[in-house]
Design a binder for this molecule. Structure first.
Ligand SMILES: [Zn+2]
Ligand SMILES: [Zn+2]
Length: 261
């Protein structure tokens, strides 16, 4: 197989691993507490997130929780309704960084996520994580192919994550009230995350597929890890928000809005 093709495949596989870590660890575990990982698994995910993305989990969780608190209204850090589709699709990283570096966002939305010695000494240095990650790719593939693999990974990871925020609030099916949409093709690229209308309707549920024809393979990984005893699922039944319950004619709205995290 040509060396360049191997580099592209390794880059795509790396971005798939990073997207899996993003949905399982950053999103379902840290941001929403929909799953609770055992310490060893959580640490492995944290280290791999550092190496493959350089993201600080408490920042990601804070930005994402703000998105749920102000979905597509003033205060949403990355809404295509407010910013326009192309800005979110192509400049999601800039919108993310602006919100992630806002002390008020961190204070309000991630105060439950404690900074420990590992953060202070290692994981808060995102650029070093990324450089070590790049070093691993270069060590395995050589300079040229390693740089190509890293470039493919970064481009794929950024574009797919941006698509969840941009396309996932612009085009697709809307089974629940709100602007978020379901796109099965995007869910296939992002371990279930494309079922975004479902997720906004039941944010604390670890499962994003609600219908038999919907596919959330991130949930399959959750089930496999649960079978191994490495994580617990907060609740197997779907906990819908008050707004989502309006979609069910017979279901009375709950007395209060369930918590988002
Ligand atoms: Zn959303
Ligand atoms: Zn969420």
């Amino acid at each position: 197989m040509p060396h360049l093709l191997v580099a592209v495949i390794v880059g795509l596989l790396t971005s798939q691993l990073a997207l899996l870590l993003t949905t399982l660890y950053l999103h379902r575990a840290v941001a929403h507490r929909a799953v609770t990982m055992k310490a060893g698994l959580a640490f492995a995910c944290r280290a791999l997130v550092w190496l493959s993305t350089g993201i600080k989990p408490r920042e990601w969780a804070a930005v994402h929780r703000r998105h749920h608190a102000y979905t597509d209204v003033l205060g949403d850090p990355h809404s295509p309704v407010l910013e326009g589709y192309w800005k979110v699709q192509l400049w999601n990283i800039g919108l993310y960084r602006k919100a992630a570096h806002d002390p008020e966002t961190l204070r309000k939305y991630s105060k439950d996520i404690k900074v420990d010695a590992w953060d202070k000494r290692v994981f808060d240095r995102g650029l070093i994580g990324l450089m070590i990650g790049l070093g691993i790719l270069v060590g395995a593939l050589g300079w040229r192919a390693g740089l190509v693999a890293a470039g493919v990974h970064v481009a794929s990871y950024l574009l797919v994550n941006a698509a969840i925020n941009a396309i996932g609030h612009r085009w697709g099916k809307r089974p629940f009230p709100g602007i978020a949409t379901n796109n099965q093709w995007l869910a296939l690229l992002a371990w279930g995350e494309g079922l975004h209308s479902n997720h906004h309707a039941a944010p604390t549920s670890a499962k994003f597929a609600f219908e038999p024809h919907q596919l959330d393979h991130g949930w399959w990984v959750v089930c496999a890890l649960r079978k191994l005893g490495w994580l617990q699922v907060r609740h197997d039944e779907l906990h819908f928000t008050a707004l989502a319950q309006q979609a069910f004619a017979k279901a009375p709205p709950p007395a209060r809005e369930p918590e988002l995290v």
